[in-house]
Design a protein around this ligand. Structure first.
Ligand code: NDP
Length: 247
């Protein structure tokens, strides 16, 4: 039980990669704040965790882009669980389109959720982690933030920003026993990639050395490692988990 007596917040945990991360950390003994935008999704995942791992999860819902609401929620989660050891900023959206034609609404929506959302939760937990002189912050970026992707100007910029943000907080918090790292998934089978046409999926697979999409559990395993005591000397890094797509 790697995470016994530890408390983890996972955003976007109502489905997909966030759900897999919440289940993985709970399976290793973490008590988990399951956060999503849609209440029924976080309730469902918390119920699933509680059924499988006896009472380790509570559901919460918030729009991660709302700074005031997130500060309030982090205070509530800290009160409910008494501490926060691990923050996984996973909530994210896409609003794809060619950059020339992208609306400012689509630009802002993606930056607000993917980048400001992580900043908001960071501000909600950082003070408590500094006081306890320990913490793990893991931001879920994307290979798009490392290599760019046509049609994803907003998304790639948000994820590149998230990687830079990770390095800044890693530097600022390094002497306080807190590490901050990013994980950059490649193409993972979730609702987010379900919308891609078969033609696009086939084209993508050809570029992945292992010749297939990854599973949410592949990302959860990397997050569990970075959140563990074994990773204490790793900070400010971005770990691609992508079947070799970026190398
Ligand atoms: P999904 O679309 O399957 O799930 C997204 C999750 O984020 C949902 O739980 C959703 O909540 C939550 N969410 C979205 N917007 C908000 C918001 N404003 N406030 C609170 N919660 C929100 O995505 P994935 O699981 O595929 O992706 C998870 C992360 O991994 C994202 O950051 C994504 O960018 C990144 N990623 C994914 C890749 C992939 O191939 N799937 C590749 C690279 C990166 P709700 O359920 O309530 O709607």
């Amino acid at each position: 039980m790697k995470f016994a007596n530890q408390v983890a917040i996972i955003t976007g945990a109502g489905r997909g990669i966030g759900r897999a991360i919440a289940l993985k950390l709970a399976s290793e003994g973490a008590r988990v704040a399951v956060v999503s935008r849609t209440e029924k999704n976080s309730v469902q995942v918390a119920e699933e965790i509680n059924a499988r791992f006896a009472g380790l999860a509570r559901p919460y819902s918030v729009d991660v882009a709302d700074h005031a609401a997130v500060q309030e929620l982090c205070a509530k989660i800290t009160a409910d669980f008494t501490r926060v050891d691990i923050l996984v900023n996973n909530a994210g959206i896409t609003r794809d389109g060619l950059s020339m034609r992208m609306s400012v609404e689509d630009w802002d929506a993606v930056l607000a959720t993917n980048l400001r959302g992580a900043f908001n939760f960071y501000q909600g937990v950082a003070r408590g982690m500094m006081k306890q002189r320990s913490g793990r912050i893991i931001n879920i970026a994307s290979v798009a933030g490392l290599m760019g992707n046509a049609g994803q100007a907003n998304y790639a910029a948000s994820k590149a920003g998230l990687i830079a943000f990770t390095k800044v907080i890693a530097r600022e918090l390094a002497t306080r026993g807190i590490t901050a790292n990013a994980v950059a998934p490649g193409f993972i089978t979730t609702d987010m990639t379900d919308v891609l046409s078969q033609e696009i999926k086939d084209g993508v697979v050809k570029q992945i050395p292992v010749q297939r999409f990854g599973e949410p559990d592949d990302i959860a395993s990397a997050v569990a490692f970075l959140a563990s005591a074994e990773a204490r000397y790793i900070t400010g890094q971005c770990l691609p988990v992508d079947g070799g797509l970026v190398m």
